[in-house]
Ligand binder design. Structure first.
Ligand code: SAH
Ligand code: SF4
Length: 359
């Protein structure tokens, strides 16, 4: 049976080469070729013995998801639509900025959690992505982007903020994270690799224990009543439990604060009173708040908050010494902005049900 080397983290690759009768250090050489150099052709791996190259050609492939389409926005944001088989497709987005280049990757084809403001959530769920499909987004983006004029890699940061809930695909997400961090592969620092979660409390604890990277939590409401309405997962893991998990995460986190995302929905969660409620809620949790102007999509039930409302909300938080930034909308002319990623999902789930039952 042919294996895909993109499915292996360092440990998996060491196991694989040992089974081929090779010394474990060959795994490191292979990792350099595959991840650092972006090489998929074993014949080109010149410092491996010919016999090993032939063995690899018989037993393995290096296969990232196929690119279905590739578009660049006026502001330089680039989006790839990637084939996830059986009519499903997921998206990866590259966001260039002056001081860094961020790749936003997907972790699931669809999402089970059905947040009401999210286009992915509206599509339903098909399946978890494999390790190869997750790391393959970085692998193929690195190849497509090449190096910067200074000879550095274009991608300096990765955020798991594309389609899907990363923590609900834990077993594939963690090996992909390990490859991102591995010096023999992509060598990114833990501070530059971010998992964004809607707040799956027990899995926040597991991430802290097994692979603590930067954490972003999608909050979106200052109280349970509103959060229950916007994000059904809140009925299972309400705010008090979620914030307690955030504080526990800080013990091992690479940064000394948690970033909270707050999507700005006109007349729903953007009043001054709600900003004050948020300040009170976050007392005791070292936090940074990132306000995201709502990005519309077909059939959306919400509107974006006005510029003034966002400014007022931000001022209230800043006055209470909570560092607050407002995310610039990037790539919305190619539907690449936060929450607009829909890809193509053949819904096979009876979604929401699991969460609703817990209510
Ligand atoms: N499932 C994870 C990560 C993917 S969503 C999570 O929910 O955190 C990435 C971010 O985009 C989240 O903060 C999410 O709440 C936000 N988002 C979803 N829909 C949006 C929309 N329509 N406009 C702006 N942000 C949105
Ligand atoms: Fe899923 Fe995140 Fe979208 Fe909610 S916001 S439906 S958790 S992808």
């Amino acid at each position: 049976m042919t294996v895909n080397l993109l499915d292996f983290d360092a440990q998996g690759l060491a196991g694989f080469v040992t089974k081929l009768g090779e010394k474990p250090f060959r795994a490191k050489q292979l990792m350099h070729w595959v991840h650092r150099n972006g090489e998929a052709d074993f014949a080109a791996m010149s410092d491996l013995a010919k016999s090993l190259r032939e063995k690899l050609a018989r037993t393995a492939v290096v296969a990232a998801p196929r690119v279905i389409s590739d578009g660049t926005s006026e502001d330089g944001t680039r989006k790839w639509l990637l084939d996830a088989g059986n009519g499903n497709a997921v998206e990866a987005v590259f966001i260039p900025e002056s001081s860094r280049g961020t790749l936003c990757v997907s972790t699931q084809a669809g999402c089970t959690l059905a947040c009401r403001f999210c286009s992915t959530g509206k599509q339903g769920f098909n399946r978890n992505l494999t390790v190869a499909e997750i790391i393959g987004q970085l692998w193929q983006a690195n190849r497509a982007l090449g190096a910067t004029p200074k000879g550095e890699r274009a991608i300096s940061n990765v955020v798991m903020m594309g389609m899907g809930e990363p923590l609900l695909n834990f077993d594939n997400v963690v090996p992909a994270l390990r490859l991102m961090l591995d010096d023999h592969a992509y060598g990114l620092s833990r501070r530059r690799v971010t998992v964004s979660t809607s707040g799956i409390v027990p899995l926040i604890d597991r991430l802290r224990d097994e692979c603590p990277v930067a954490l972003t939590v999608s909050l979106h409401a200052p109280n349970d009543a509103l959060r229950d309405r916007l994000m059904p997962i809140n009925r299972k893991y309400p705010l008090r439990e979620l914030l307690a998990a955030c504080v526990r995460y800080l013990d091992r986190a690479p940064r000394d604060f948690i970033t909270f995302e707050y999507v700005m929905l006109a007349d729903v969660n953007d009043s001054e009173r709600q900003a004050r409620e948020l300040v009170a809620l976050l007392a005791g949790v070292p936090s940074k708040v990132n306000l995201i102007p709502f990005n519309p999509f077909p059939q959306a039930e919400f509107e974006r908050s006005s510029h003034e409302a966002i400014q007022r909300f931000s001022d209230t938080l800043n006055k209470a010494d909570i560092v607050t930034t407002t995310r610039r909308t990037r790539g919305d002319d190619i539907d690449a902005a936060c929450g607009q990623l829909a890809g193509r999902v053949h819904d096979r789930s009876r979604r929401v049900i699991r969460v609703e039952r817990a209510a």
